[in-house]
Design a protein around this ligand. Structure first.
Ligand SMILES: C[S@@+](CC[C@H](N)C(=O)[O-])C[C@H]1O[C@@H](n2cnc3c(N)ncnc32)[C@H](O)[C@@H]1O
Length: 244
């Protein structure tokens, strides 16, 4: 199948927005894993004085994870889907959290400018047409020493993990997508994970984009080898021993 991109993908997420939180709720560990990746940013002092960007915030699950890791930070949460963003904005947030409707490829035009102390991207990069261009833009938005955490379906490269992913899609994700009328989006989810960079390849992509101290960390449970946290910095090094 052809993957969904840009406006077609935003339309598909608009349609899926209503059932999105219920669907991800079926995935034990979805929220805990996002929180784990956000914690891995190791943001100091509860985020006091920090400006953070949640890129591809969806219905706000990744924003909530970031807020848990840095409750005192100011957070700008951005998404290309108006429907997903509407769901996010309807939730209760502290005053420091703001939502912006924009594609990751056109942040400046929407008034989203740096510098940010950290950027978090939960399940975004597999969806963008040109991940190198978005990584370059993110690098440019970070202050020197600023941190990036990408939480993504990125397979380990082992045939076993690829087979587990396809089995979960066949038995759980694709049937659920058919039930909610979002079959196209969930076929995209299945295929986009199979086609996306493996974890070592995405880590090399980060390094090519100029990120330093890059690290790849697993998540526990059935998603081991399927979902990873990728960490990097604009200049400098991630402190060692930081895995949560
Ligand atoms: C799988 S959802 C994840 C949402 C949220 N980060 C989470 O962890 O639950 C991916 C989100 O990325 C958004 N997205 C995809 N491509 C995008 C792009 N180019 N620019 C901004 N958002 C994008 C989609 O609209 C969708 O809300």
């Amino acid at each position: 199948m052809t993957l969904l991109r840009d406006a077609d993908l935003a339309d598909a997420f608009d349609h899926a927005a209503r059932g999105y939180d219920r669907l991800v709720g079926l995935n034990a560990g979805y929220h805990a894993d996002l929180r784990r990746s956000a914690r891995r940013l190791r943001l100091p002092d509860g985020g006091a004085g920090l400006r953070l960007l949640d890129l591809g915030c969806g219905t706000g699950a990744s924003t909530a994870a970031l807020l848990r890791a840095a409750p005192l930070a100011r957070i700008t949460a951005v998404d290309a889907s108006a429907g997903m963003l509407e769901r996010a904005a309807a939730k209760r947030w502290p005053r420091g959290v703001t939502f912006v409707h924009a594609p990751a490829e056109r942040l400046a035009a929407a008034g989203v400018t740096g510098p940010f102390d950290a950027v978090f991207a939960g399940y975004l990069f597999r969806n963008v047409a040109d991940p190198d261009a978005v990584l370059a833009a993110v690098h440019g938005l970070l202050r020197p020493g600023g941190r990036l955490a990408v939480h993504e379906y990125s397979l380990s490269g082992s045939a076993a993990h690829r087979a587990v992913w396809s089995a979960v899609c066949r038995t759980v994700i694709l049937p659920a997508g058919r039930r909610t009328g979002d079959a196209g989006l969930y076929r995209h989810l299945h295929r986009s994970v199979l086609d996306f960079d493996t974890a070592p390849v995405f880590a090399a992509r980060l390094a090519r984009a100029g990120f330093t101290g890059t690290r790849v960390l697993p998540v526990p449970g059935w998603q081991t080898g399927i979902v990873h946290t990728f960490l990097g910095r604009r200049g400098g090094r991630i402190a060692s021993g930081g895995a949560a």
